[in-house]
Design a protein around this ligand. Structure first.
Ligand code: ZN
Length: 492
């Protein structure tokens, strides 16, 4: 039996079972497709090998995309903060870890060689790593809508970026083939994929509708899925595409072979799809909404400290000690950050107004102080939402950050908080003031940590008798100042 006979046999069987072959040649070749999830999980489809995942790792920032090496022998994942996680033969060529970004990273695309990658931020900023070359960005242009995707040209000497309103921007040798810019679309564009000849591209919207431009062919809309579309990637022959959804559904069009995620529980929604010939990160409901929350602020959110910066953070209030804490801080001329317990805030909204009026940052610490890692995602959402609403109703300002009670956290907590636009804030200095070790001990423990590194001091204005903490504030502030520290507030 020769090769042609085998093909014919496969074709016949397929037709007997009522399954249309994906194409008339090579239909039996299972594609290599990986899906990446918000929590760093990686799912392999078709013949894609598993090279590792972040599924059980505590991540500082949610994953927003996955990109495969063109060789198919590895992949990278990246986070909202531009962290890079490399697997298989994909190696890290650097990341944005620790670098302050005005807007979150939304997409990663590999270079044709597989020896570098570009990261794109929501404001159209472009960051190059390895052999990726810079061909311009939208970093200084005011965008009405966030950028949601970046796609390399075949040569790697240019790239396209797409924004959620369907606007397409070209750089380097990328040619403009049309866009949805200027048209009214009811559903945001979340991703883009381009033909291997660079002659056209497809855009996909949250509702699964697909628009084709240039010599890319429209082959159908992926509507009717009860989840948001997050990514689109073309087939290797350019005659089809897959559309991926947040719930792991995958719809195939044209010669794209049908692949589907095995039935399993997803801890975090799917955010991207990658194949050896193209990779597209998703930017679905969660991240769009995250961005919308971000865009409500006019100044970049400060969520951590630099060298010789100290953030005093007070948990578990408001209580009868809150006024005294605020008075001591005002007398010392410093601002601090308060992580408030929702039910306490609802009972004493006047104390949150005291904090806000004194220029303090007022943030969320859950509704009634549970261990969030023991709760379901829905219960976490409820805890945080009620806590956020208590702050909003007291002072009219939406918290941008939260502190998990006991510092107890995991991917689920971080992801649920991110959906609400909340960044998690922990601490790196704990003088254990809640154990009432004595005012002098509280001060000396904090000053012992003041070696020049950034300090986020976790102390309390609630949860018991806090008179020692109140009494420690003047000496703590004076000692930190003497060591060259400046006081910053976080998240507001
Ligand atoms: Zn607490």
């Amino acid at each position: 039996m020769n090769r042609r006979d085998v093909s014919h046999l496969v074709l016949t069987i397929a037709v007997c079972f009522g399954v249309a072959p994906a194409s008339t040649a090579g239909a039996a070749v299972a594609p290599r497709v990986w899906l990446g999830a918000l929590d760093g999980g990686v799912f392999t489809l078709g013949s894609a090998p598993f090279y590792g995942s972040l599924g059980s790792t505590r991540l500082p920032s949610p994953i927003i995309g996955i990109a495969a090496r063109p060789q198919g022998d590895g992949y990278w994942m990246t986070s909202l903060a531009g962290d890079i996680y490399a697997f298989g033969a994909a190696t890290s060529h650097g990341s944005l870890h620790g670098i302050k970004l005005n807007q979150p990273i939304v997409d990663i695309v590999p270079t044709p060689s597989g020896n570098g990658y570009w990261l794109a931020a929501a404001d159209g900023g472009v960051f190059t790593f390895g052999d990726a070359t810079f061909h311009g960005s939208l970093g200084s242009v005011h965008l009405n809508k966030p950028v949601t995707g970046i796609v390399s040209t075949p040569t790697g000497l240019g790239y396209w970026m797409v924004a959620s309103d369907g606007g397409v921007f070209t750089f380097g040798d990328a040619r403009f083939r049309g866009s949805l810019g200027g048209t009214s679309i009811s559903s945001a564009v979340v991703a883009m994929t381009a033909r291997s000849d660079g002659g056209g591209y497809w855009l996909v919207r949250r509702d699964g509708r697909v628009n084709a431009f240039g010599n890319a062919t429209a082959l159908g809309d992926a509507t009717g899925i009860p989840a948001v579309a997050v990514a689109i990637v073309r087939s290797s022959a350019n005659n089809g595409y897959w559309v991926t959804f947040a719930d792991g559904s995958v719809r195939a069009f044209g010669d794209a072979v049908h692949v589907s995620l095995p039935a399993m529980h997803l801890n975090g929604q799917i955010v991207g799809i990658a194949t050896p010939w193209a990779s597209v990160s998703g930017f679905g409901l969660t991240l769009i909404d995250y961005l919308r929350a971000l865009s409500q602020q006019t100044v970049p959110l400060k969520t951590w400290v630099g060298a010789h910066e100290v953030a005093l953070t007070f948990d578990d209030g408001p209580t009868e000690y809150t006024q005294a804490v605020v008075n001591a801080l005002r007398a010392a001329g410093v601002s601090a950050t308060f992580f408030t317990v929702g039910y306490e805030a609802a009972a004493r909204p006047d104390l949150l107004r005291v904090e806000a009026a004194a220029g303090m940052s007022v943030q969320a610490h859950s509704w009634d102080h549970p261990d969030l890692t023991r709760l379901s995602p829905a219960a976490i959402d409820d805890e945080l939402t009620r806590s956020v609403n208590a702050v909003i109703s007291a002072i009219g300002t939406r918290p941008r950050c939260f502190r998990p009670p006991y510092g107890s956290t995991n991917n689920t907590v971080v992801n649920e908080a991110a959906k609400l636009g909340l960044t998690q804030i922990l601490w790196n200095v704990d003088p254990s003031d809640y154990l009432r070790p004595g005012t002098g001990t509280i001060v000396s423990r904090v000053l012992a940590a003041a070696t020049g590194r950034g300090l986020v001091v976790g102390i309390h204005d609630g949860g018991g008798d806090r008179s020692q903490t109140v009494a420690a504030i003047p000496a703590m502030v004076a000692g930190l100042r003497a060591r060259g520290y400046t006081f910053v507030k976080l998240c507001g």
